[in-house]
Design a protein around this ligand. Sequence first.
Ligand code: NCD
Ligand code: ZN
Ligand code: ZN
Ligand code: ZN
Length: 349
Amino acid sequence: MPDTFTRLPGLADVHVHLRVPGGAHKEDFFTGTAAAIAGGFTTVLAMPNTTPPIVTREALHAVQQQAKVEALCDVHFYAGASPGHLDELPILAQNTVGLKLYADQTYGPLRVEKLSTLLACFQRWPRGKPIAMHAEGRTVAVGIGLATAFDQHVHICHVSRKDEISLIAAAKARGLPITCEVTPHHLFLTEADAARLGPLGDMHPRLATQADVDALWAHIHTTIDCIATDHAPHTLAEKNGSDAPPGVPGLETALPLLLTAVAEGRLSQEQLIALLAYNPRRIFGLPEQPETWIEVDTQTPYILSNAELHTKCGWSPFSGMKVRGKVRCVYFRGHLLFQDGIFHPMDHL
Ligand code: NCD
Ligand code: ZN
Ligand code: ZN
Ligand code: ZN
């Protein structure tokens, strides 16, 4: 390894939409995990807001079998919370990393509206595996309240606002069982970028003010447990059409953006590894990946470009940005899986 390269552990992204089943024109297990590997992630946690959603044993079994054949890295799944399938939760818990609960409206069919459904989820989901919540604004307080009442670990997804992170910091200071993630887009973009990007800058939660972004950075070494991409690919035709779906891809841009922040002294390399590897593994109880690491060129500046992406959607809101931190090699279970843009897939996955 050249001494300008830095060796890091294989990263884990706890919030990824791989779009299987029902959305393979946006992404599939092969293209989504190729994007993961190219971005330095050797583990991804797949979200259940697919068509149909992952709310039954049959649906879970089918995606797990398909991922075994098609995925280039480790994929673990969330179960989805849905009022019609609450009985299945204890069984789904055995083969998933957590329960995903959509407490506010976003892309997909899984919004939980009723308090009775929230209660049933917290009663039936076994303790020990997190309940990850899409919660925006005051719904974050609902998540903290449920976590407290039921002594259940709640993981708040894609925290984006100053008030939200302040509330989570207060809850953690009291020792409540709360963890949280932030996305690179909420750390590196503001509502000014949303105006510039149009539909390509539209996601849930929306991009926020500079004061919100500053508040997230102020908590980066304390309150924030994970950086997760919320990789949410949609095609350019869908994004530029009427009724455009929210969501942006992120697997291939997260590490360069964050290593650039390390180079600028905004984030320590130790904290980067905690946020992208150690904390995700601890919080979601992810298995060890022996002989798995990545090698990154942290010195040479380059421009993020759509042409180099592996995600099927083929675009990024960060295209054109100058960064440092290119993934040069990925070793996956002792096998050189990726080197300078070329994949050498394992035959025995
Ligand atoms: C996500 C998607 O497209 O699945 N979209 C988004 O804007 N973040 C759903 C979600 O994570 O809320
Ligand atoms: Zn969400
Ligand atoms: Zn998401
Ligand atoms: Zn091999």
